[in-house]
Design a protein around this ligand. Sequence first.
Ligand code: NDP
Length: 338
Amino acid sequence: GKILVSGANGFIAAWVVRALLEQGFSVRGTVRSADRCSHLRTTFAEYGDKFELLVVPDITQEGAFDEAVKGVDAIEHTASPFHLRADAKPEDFIVPAVQGTVGILKSALKHGDAIKRIVITGSCASVLQNEPKPTLFSEKDWNNQAPREVSEAEAAGTSDTLPTMTKYRASKTLAERAAWALYEENKGKIGWDLVVLNPPFVFGPTIHDTPTPETLNTSALQFYDMLTKPNPNPSVLLTGSCWVDVRDLGRAHVLALLKSEVAGQRIIVSEGPWVWQDWLDAAPPSDKYQKGNPGSGKNVVHHIMYDARRSVEVLGMKYRTTAETTKDTVADWEARGW
Ligand code: NDP
C-alpha cells in the first residue's frame, strides 16, 4: 500500500518514512516548499519510485490535502509547529495544528476512498497537566489546563506573557480534540479509523536535514545543548520528563497501521522518565560532554510519569534504553564532525 506522510522533512517524520519504506510500503511525503525536497530524495534514493514528494504550500488552507490523499491507503499526519520562539503568538501554533489536522481529515473524507486508517502524531502535551505532586498519566488524561490558560490570557489581553510551551501544548490538545470530534461525527459512514500516538520528549539521531547543531529540531537541540554546553543553573540537570527514541517512534507509526486492535485509540508511546543528569551519565567520557554531578539523578522523584502499557501490550512496542540512544546520538554527532 501507499502511505501519506505529512511534514515528511521533520525529525520524527523522516524516521517514520524510513520505517514505512523498510516495511515495504510506498510513501508519498508532503513538505511545504520545494527546497525541502532534495535532502529527502537523497536520503531515500534507494527506494526509487516507492518514495514520492508533493509540495503542500499551506496546510491551513481549506482543501490543502485534497490532491495528496488521493490513492493512498493510510495517512500519518505529523506536520505541526514545535518550536520555542518566545515571540510566537498562540495562533501561530494553534492555527496550523488544528487546521492542518482537521484539513487532512476533511480531505480524507472527500477524496480518500482507499484510506483504511489515519494515524496522527499527537503528543503527551495533550495528556499532561501541571500537577502539584508526582503524577502517573494515562490515555484517560487530557490537558485541559493549557487551552484554558491560553483562552484566559487572550481574554485578558496578556497572551504575550504565556510560556511558549503552554501555547504549543494548547495547540496539540486542541488539534487532537478536533480530530476525535470529527472522527466521532463521521464514524458510521467512513472506511477508515483513527489512531493518535502520544509521545513525550523524542530524542535520538537525525536523518532529516540538519547540517549544523543549530538547525536541529526543538527536542534534539535541547538534548544537544544539555550534553555539550555548561549549564548556568545546575539544578536544571535534576529536572526532566519522559522520552522515547525517535527510531522507536518511527516503528510505532508502522505498528499503528499493522495492528487492527488499535483502531479508535490514543496511545502513549514512552520508554520512561529521565532527568538531564541521566543523559550526562550515559554520555561517553570526553571533554566534549558535560559531567554535571554524576549519579545525582538516580534519587530524583520523577514528577511526570506515563502509563505506557497500552503501547507494549496492544501496539507491540519494545523500547531502546537510555544507554543505546545516547550512544547512537553521540555517534551521529561525531560522524558529522560536531
Ligand atoms: P520538526 O520541527 O522536525 O518537524 C515539524 C514538521 O512539521 C516539519 O515538517 C515542518 O515543516 C512541519 N510544520 C511545522 N509548522 C508548520 C506549518 N505552520 N505549516 C506546515 N508545516 C509545518 O519537529 P518534530 O519532528 O519533533 O515534530 C513532528 C511532530 O511530532 C509534531 O506534530 C510534534 O508536535 C510532535 N511531537 C514532537 C515531539 C518531540 O519531542 N520532538 C514530542 C511529541 C510530539 P518545515 O520544516 O517546513 O517547518
